[in-house]
Design a binder for this molecule. Structure first.
Ligand code: SAH
Ligand code: SF4
Length: 438
């Protein structure tokens, strides 16, 4: 039995590991016998120290006494969760399915590369039995390559002011909505609660493209939050590379910046006054600076084809993304795409499964947009090959106003309630917050 454990101070989303090897900027961290490589560019460490790592980056040291207390709790859970995950991700027995699909599935089981045509066939599957089998296979690949590790990051949405007018977005500049900007103190305090009260070890700072937050202001915020011992993701849109260099120096280590679509025509139509080439160039530059990159796309844009989805997955891989972030377009009222049909949940699950098949070791995020497609959507995403989550820790007065799309399941839910139900879900499917390493 997995205990319901809500002592937030004992960290639900990260397990401390022990340093067992140090090779200049890299270290090997041990989690109950499992070894992961991590990058260490800041902390003075020695063998035997206990640390937290996120996304393959060492983010904090932890007192030995404290680490041993936390590990004591995890010792039993850790192996129990693995068992649950292994059972759930076991390959299905023999099933009666159509011959063509069967040979395609056999190819996936042999880890053979799929042709473009075969990938298209997968995305067009609609038979329930075949779909469930596809998700099961993808989940099996996830388990074999990444075990039961699952990243859980907190997200703080700190401003809904944006200089852009993306056709799909509920906070686009042209919309008359109530705008907010959190002050640096409010952002830092929110981060502090997320870290100290809820135990997050990675935080995403997200906003519209808002020049109000100057390089200096953001640097200050980043430095203060970095000092709390967390991995900082920035999701603030396109800014000068030189600014991103300063943010890196200040302590930010990861970026969430989707290219949105690899179809340049669609990009141009839906993102006026922005440039596809500039966005891609920036993502490449950020990778060079040393940031972990989370990128991806929207599913269900007008005129998008399944071929576009395949091209999107391939472009994400080509950009050497450390994490795939894609989700369905949820039509937002008042926007030019307000009447667009929402993508079918199975198309999103098929995209997760296909991504897992194409990129076995990927970190794949279940986005909140996917969660709006059904009460079980988060679980279904995780069981179709995904292994990362983000939980909203924005204070509710602001969260309500950050309405990029409607119907967000977390919009009225208290933070604690949301954390509890997610942690329960993760335990019920045997996932543990060990770091995935690099
Ligand atoms: N301004 C930044 C970050 C905030 S927007 C940026 O654009 O990168 C974060 C993401 O929200 C975008 O990348 C986009 O893919 C997604 N998004 C915007 N409108 C959406 C909608 N209606 N449905 C689903 N996702 C949406
Ligand atoms: Fe602004 Fe991002 Fe929305 Fe585009 S998607 S309008 S850049 S917040």
């Amino acid at each position: 039995m997995i205990a319901n454990y809500y002592n937030f101070s004992i960290m639900c989303y990260a397990i401390p590991g022990k340093i067992v090897e140090i090779n200049s900027r890299f270290a090997v961290v041990d989690y109950f016998g499992e070894k992961r490589n991590v990058l260490n560019d800041e902390q003075p460490i020695k063998i035997g120290d206990y640390v937290y790592a996120q996304g393959g980056i060492l983010v904090d040291k932890v007192e030995t006494k404290e680490a041993i207390k936390i590990l004591e709790f995890w010792k039993r859970q850790f192996f129990e969760l693995k068992k649950i995950d292994r059972n759930l991700s076991q390959k299905a027995g023999k099933q009666k399915i159509e011959q063509n699909t069967l040979s395609l599935f056999q190819k996936i089981n042999r880890s053979q590369e799929l042709s473009n045509q075969e990938a298209l066939t997968l995305l067009s599957l609609s038979n329930r039995k075949e779909l469930e089998l596809l998700y099961k296979m993808a989940n099996n690949i996830r388990q074999k390559n990444n075990d039961n590790a699952c990243c859980v990051h907190g997200i703080i949405e700190f401003s809904n002011c944006c200089a852009n007018n993306c056709f799909y977005c509920g906070i686009r500049k042209n919309l008359k909505i109530s705008r907010f900007r959190m002050s640096p103190e409010e952002i830092i305090n929110t981060a502090q609660i997320a870290v100290e009260k809820y135990g997050f070890k990675a935080l995403v700072l997200q906003s519209g493209e808002d020049p109000y937050y100057t390089e200096k202001i953001l640097e200050l915020i980043i430095k203060k939050i970095r000092a709390m011992g967390v991995l900082i993701f920035l999701s603030i849109g396109v800014r000068d590379a030189s600014e991103y260099e300063s943010f890196y120096k200040a302590g930010a280590r990861a970026i969430l910046l989707r290219f949105e679509t690899s179809n340049k025509k669609i990009f141009k139509r839906l993102r006026p006054n922005t440039s596809f080439e500039k966005r891609i160039k920036l993502i490449k530059k950020l990778k060079k600076i040393g940031y972990l990159i989370a990128t991806g796309f929207l599913i269900g844009l007008p005129d998008e084809t399944n071929q576009d989805i395949i091209n999107n997955i391939i472009l994400t891989k080509k950009l050497e993304a450390d994490m795939y972030s894609f989700g369905p377009l949820i039509p937002a009222g008042g926007t030019p795409l307000g009447r667009q049909k929402t993508a079918d949940i199975d198309l999103v699950l098929k995209t997760i499964a296909l991504t897992r098949i194409i990129d076995h070791e990927a970190k794949i995020l279940v986005t909140t947009a996917l969660e709006t497609l059904g009460t079980n959507a988060k679980k279904r995403g995780l069981l179709a090959g995904a292994n990362s989550l983000m939980l909203n820790v924005t204070p509710s007065i602001f969260r309500k106003k950050y309405a990029i799309y409607p119907g967000r399941p977390d919009r009225n839910k208290g933070i604690e309630k949301n954390i509890k139900s997610t942690v329960n879900l993760l335990y019920s499917i045997g996932r543990a917050p060990t770091d995935l390493g690099i």
